[in-house]
Ligand binder design. Structure first.
Ligand SMILES: Cc1cc2nc3c(=O)[nH]c(=O)nc-3n(C[C@H](O)[C@H](O)[C@H](O)COP(=O)(O)OP(=O)(O)OC[C@H]3O[C@@H](n4cnc5c(N)ncnc54)[C@H](O)[C@@H]3O)c2cc1C
Length: 307
């Protein structure tokens, strides 16, 4: 990006732009080369003009959340990475009437863990399953994040999407989600940004919600490795089977390529055990896919997204 474009970009946002910035800092894998720019979009009114500028100037861009489902190439990203800041991290509950359900609107950059805790304390049930998912509301919508049989799409009431043309509200009946994906993501604009999500939640005693939260967190502790550089489940579960079971059956627990390793605890968790590159991770992914296909005939599809 030339100096003139850099100046114009910097003038569109209130936060200082980070130039030539390593993306490994922004991913839970701690992997990824530099992006030309990382832009923290703090103010809601900055977003659409910024998207228009990037479109007009033909600059590649991508919005990310907490980078907890991302593998970024070692060569990085020749373009601009957007992160939704302050205005996109708010939580607003409309408690106006005494009906059993309550709409909660959150910015696309809101942490799922904070949202879930907030809802629990306010006596709003329905988001307990995200209480230990480390991403943002926007990332969770794109991924149709879920756990223990529940999915985020089942509690979405509507989405506010931003694009270079402006903002648009899409109601739940016009949204089409599938397992770990939002199928008609591109139907609303070529690349929409999830600016806001409204969830419809049910009133319940906070203690009961707290109990369910604790049970789910305990189950997670037993079943998944904690505190490691991972992106959670690397592959989607194939229909009626589990990716972890297939990977384990093919003998990959503990397998390594460079610094990338298959967890001994849960075979669908690939780990950066220190100094792994994206090439190591992709090498391990290829080996797993090839062997599982040979052993079981099943094509494992990555759940993680790539930049
Ligand atoms: C320890 C661990 C446990 C996990 N457990 C689970 C689990 O139980 N269930 C589960 O489903 N996932 C799980 N994950 C994966 C991950 O946390 C979820 O997929 C989460 O929803 C991703 O959110 P994010 O903000 O980090 O998105 P990112 O990883 O930053 O991005 C994911 C995708 O969404 C896009 N995106 C992000 N924000 C926006 C936005 N506002 N608008 C448009 N596009 C956007 C990105 O471009 C990218 O394509 C786990 C991850 C880890 C590290």
């Amino acid at each position: 990006m030339n100096d003139s474009l850099r100046k114009s970009l910097a003038a569109l946002v209130s936060q200082p732009v980070k130039w030539d910035c390593l993306l490994s800092r922004y991913t839970s894998f701690s992997i990824g080369g530099p992006a030309d720019a990382v832009v923290l979009v703090d103010r809601r009114e900055e977003l659409v003009p910024l998207l228009s500028f990037l479109e007009r100037e033909n600059i590649q861009w991508r919005v990310i959340g907490r980078g907890t489902n991302l593998l970024v190439k070692d060569s990085g990203f020749a373009g601009v990475i957007l992160i939704l800041g302050k205005d996109f991290r708010s939580i607003f509950c409309s408690f106006e009437d005494s009906s059993a359900s309550v709409d909660v609107s959150v910015g696309g950059g809101c942490s799922l863990v904070r949202l879930s805790r907030n809802c629990m304390e306010s006596g709003l049930a329905g988001l307990e399953f995200v209480s230990a998912i480390p991403g943002t509301a926007g990332g969770a919508v794109i991924m149709n994040a879920g756990a223990w049989g529940a999915e985020i799409s089942s509690v979405i009431e509507n989405l506010t999407l931003a694009s270079c043309d402006g903002e648009q509200v899409v109601e739940r009946e016009n949204l089409n989600f599938g397992y770990r994906s939002w199928h008609d993501f591109h139907a609303f604009s070529s690349k929409p940004v999830v600016a806001e999500v409204t969830f419809r939640l049910e009133r319940e005693e906070p203690e009961q919600i707290r109990e369910r939260n604790s049970t789910l967190r305990r189950k997670r502790k037993v079943n998944q490795p904690a505190g490691l550089a991972t992106a959670g489940s690397f592959f989607k579960n194939p229909p009626d089977d589990s990716a972890g079971r297939l990977i384990e059956a093919s003998g990959f627990k503990g397998a390594k390529v460079g610094g990338a390793e298959v967890s001994e605890h849960h075979a669908n968790f690939l780990i950066n055990n220190g100094g792994a590159t994206a090439a190591d991770m992709l090498g391990l992914m290829d080996r797993i896919q090839e062997k599982v296909k040979k052993d079981s005939g099943i094509n494992l599809e990555p759940e993680v997204h790539f930049i």
